[in-house]
Design a protein around this ligand. Sequence first.
Ligand code: NAG
Ligand code: NAG
Ligand code: NAG
Ligand code: NAG
Ligand code: NAG
Ligand code: NAG
Ligand code: CA
Ligand code: CA
Length: 937
Amino acid sequence: MSSRLAVLCLLLLHTGALGFGILPGKSLNHLEITKKAILNATVQVCRALAQAEGADFTFPSQPFTAEGVVAACRVPQSSKTFRRAIIFIMLRNIRVDLRHALNPSFHFDEEMFVQGRKIITEGIVAVKASNKQENYKAARQKLGEILHPLQDFYSHSNWVELGNTLPNSNLIRSDASIGNIADESRATCRSCDGGDCRNNILEDITAEQILTSGYFGVVPLFSTKPKGKCSHGGAVDQTSQIKPKGGINKDTFDSSHGHLHTQAANVAIAATSELLQDIRGAAGDRPFLQMMGISKGSNKALCFVIDTTKSMSDEIEAVRTVTASIINSNVGTKNEPSVYILVPFNDPGFGPLTKTTDPAVFMNAINSLSVTGGGDEEEMSLSGLQLALAGAPFNSEIFLFTDAPAKNKDLKSTVIALIERTQTVVNFMITDSNVINRRRRRDQQQTRGITASDSQLYRDLARASGGQAIEVTKSELPLAVDIIIDSTSSSLVTLLQAARSPGRADNFSFVVDETVTNLRVYITGQSVAFTVISPTGESQQSSDTASLITASQLVGNFRTLRLKQQVGRWEIKMASTNSYTLKVIGQSPIDFLFDFVEASEPFTGFDALDTRPRAGVNGSLLVSVTGSSSAEVKEVALVASSGSEEVKGVVVPQGSGNVLVQVDRMPSVEFVVWVKGQDTSSTSPIVFQRQSPTNFRASNLTVAADSDSILIPGTPFSVPFTVMTQGTGGNFTIRATNNQRFESTFPSSLSLETRNSANGTVTLSAPLNTPSGTDVTLTIEAKAPGGTDTNYIVLRFSIVNTVTDFTRPVCQQPSLRSNCSENCSLSTWALSVRVTDGAEGTGVDRVSLKQGNGTINTSLEAGNKNITLVSYTASCCSPDVELMVVDRVGNVGSCFYTIREGSSSPVSVSTKVIQSPVFCLSTVIIGLHLLTELGFK
Ligand SMILES: *[C@@H]1O[C@H](CO)[C@@H](O)[C@H](O)[C@H]1NC(C)=O
Ligand SMILES: *[C@@H]1O[C@H](CO)[C@@H](O)[C@H](O)[C@H]1NC(C)=O
Ligand SMILES: *[C@@H]1O[C@H](CO)[C@@H](O)[C@H](O)[C@H]1NC(C)=O
Ligand SMILES: *[C@@H]1O[C@H](CO)[C@@H](O)[C@H](O)[C@H]1NC(C)=O
Ligand SMILES: *[C@@H]1O[C@H](CO)[C@@H](O)[C@H](O)[C@H]1NC(C)=O
Ligand SMILES: *[C@@H]1O[C@H](CO)[C@@H](O)[C@H](O)[C@H]1NC(C)=O
Ligand SMILES: [Ca+2]
Ligand SMILES: [Ca+2]
């Protein structure tokens, strides 16, 4: 909870007003609170799923780690995506301190209880809507944003001082009272007794259970507060110098109420768990895990972008065949794709994006592709690719099939922006390009096809993403699609990725560690000669057909080598003057992930960049090793993509396997991120090397934008942005594009003076009928005069329609029937109940079992679609049942029934509504005897 103070302190340091000692790292901050709650919630979900499937579940050892949790969930291949989800949520949480430092509503300061709760409950609606549309990235983004105020409530208000040990459940629902909030005129604090603030809250406030929170201001002489109010406290808070002096925050052990820090942090963890449980209830268990980056199978997307113009039938047939083969051979295995994405493009049409977890739906979508039209030679390939990049999960691999040049070439920079920000690999499967035609069909009159300069665009995009631009004939394509099958393997890692254009002879080496299997080398280029040398010194040339390389296949310009398993340093000597790309991949549980961040040193706050980092100056990356709790990052370097020039970083451990890497100077040329680490889990330590497939660029321009992340259909939505240059001024070209084709306006250029900035605004309008949970990716680009330097910002927004239903569905008229005997396993009991969302509600969306292992059936009441009839039958050995009832906007209620005997008296009944700390709307406990006496049939 201390990073906000850190930021404010920085502000003050910058203005030279104050110094502030950094505290020992024993206190719990937002990062740890969030992480603990996510790990706990995820374990609970995995356990519930295991129980539902009748499988064993073993809790991971304490303290939980991301690796321990995915192992317990039996999806170790989700380690990287789970960690990425946690880090992303944490970074969005921290961003609230950086972006809204002085807005009291985001921190529950200044008695902004109603405003703070509004931020939380509106955010919950957005998270639920995004999950419903399977837009998990948007859900994570909003989740991080609302966890911050939720957690701050427990540090900044007097909730803990009032004696509460459980969360305030009404902070996550808008239809109940937050509590008794102090009037603005009501005094709440007295001055602290010297440095001791333990007893500064007025006794009548505590006695009457009145809620208050501290005032906060950082500007000396200009910070005020109403008479008698508490302050936040601490050296930077100027209001704490005004009577009543001192403060009440519990941010750290050293805070004014630091003696309550642990209690406050623990309630904040419980409150975070409670919010996660509510979101889980609305989403369902599997979608909740997907939001957290966890899924069965390979945890990767199978993603195709396909040209459907007239000449493409052969290619589509090849896609059908390979898809069927991937699905048939991988269903139920750890290589099964976790999500399938298809984007067709034509001319002028493209899209829509089909995203499904059901292989049958995907196969059906591919089978329904038909080829038509296309008009002129060029097609809308980059528009199709833009949709796929915006819709695919982080770190995906996309395959684009076409036999035509791109029509909308000006989207190149947008596509590169999306590739860089999502670290996606894009492979192009280009059929019958003229390069090949000239070679093979010199005698035929070929009017259609791609010239060398046209396919250069595809090559550039492939290279930027670390993918391949494979150029083959239509008849060769079925041989080239093996790369797609390779890409579906789980736990693929990149050991080396390089390109030389123009081509030149060069020597490359890569280290294979003990954990790497299935080593493959991909080389693209025309007539590329090379020599491969193994760690033991055996060598083989491209022309050989010897045994060192167990398999080598050449199709068109694409060569695949399957290397035999050998640990150590391999070498590849390339001898070619034609341009080429080289990539070495393998399978290994150990990988890494990273974000470019802006670090606010010397404090532990960082903000992930949605832009290119600044060129030529220092910069930072947040790097994590994934797949092993005992692996550590030892070295990180930024290596020029086209040479060997490198910038090494200083590695500063941050705990939990994360390190902050600081480099003196971000390269001005394109670069890749290279990591070396060590895993000490086995007796002989394993040294490993990995590389990012994505190529990155830094920029002398900065683009910044800040806006709400929720867009209401039918209402114009403004995104103010600022472009700044470190170089010479001039006329900068601006472009804003979004993946939903929403109407937008923006200035086409901004005039900047040297080393100066200018402001602009993008206005987006979503049509009125846009469904809630739709997600919009907006890219704002700025290009320096001459077009040599470009930067951008990639922003994600969620569409949320105004919600008026805040009430949970309820269970009515429960009826229990039981003939339980002494031996419970010989008898069963049954429950029937009517579930309704009320006349004003959005309707019952889902009824599921939260507790109880009987059989549940649901149906709609005849003639009344507003009533869902639920019948439940269970063994008498399973006497309890808890139903979870969810409406269409994700309000979650629960109903509990039991046939346990409360006492031996013939009639025992207690019917009460319990406001349980988690989510319990109508908890009805009905004594068995009463029911049998009343003669339920
Ligand atoms: C973990 O989650 C369970 C179920 O939601 C909850 O009861 C428990 O309090 C949580 N534990 C912590 C430490 O948050
Ligand atoms: C590659 O290595 C060979 C020796 O095996 C050497 O002769 C050659 O100069 C090296 N090439 C480059 C570009 O370093
Ligand atoms: C660069 O260095 C300066 C001075 O040491 C520091 O204040 C700043 O935070 C650093 N920037 C990044 C991005 O790390
Ligand atoms: C940034 O500016 C410097 C100095 O003008 C220049 O050398 C460098 O190439 C520029 N970087 C980019 C990415 O344009
Ligand atoms: C800037 O360039 C755009 C086109 O790129 C042009 O329309 C505009 O007039 C130019 N503005 C100035 C101030 O030169
Ligand atoms: C841009 O907007 C910010 C506030 O959003 C303002 O502080 C700044 O002065 C503006 N810059 C210019 C050049 O107008
Ligand atoms: Ca066309
Ligand atoms: Ca409702």
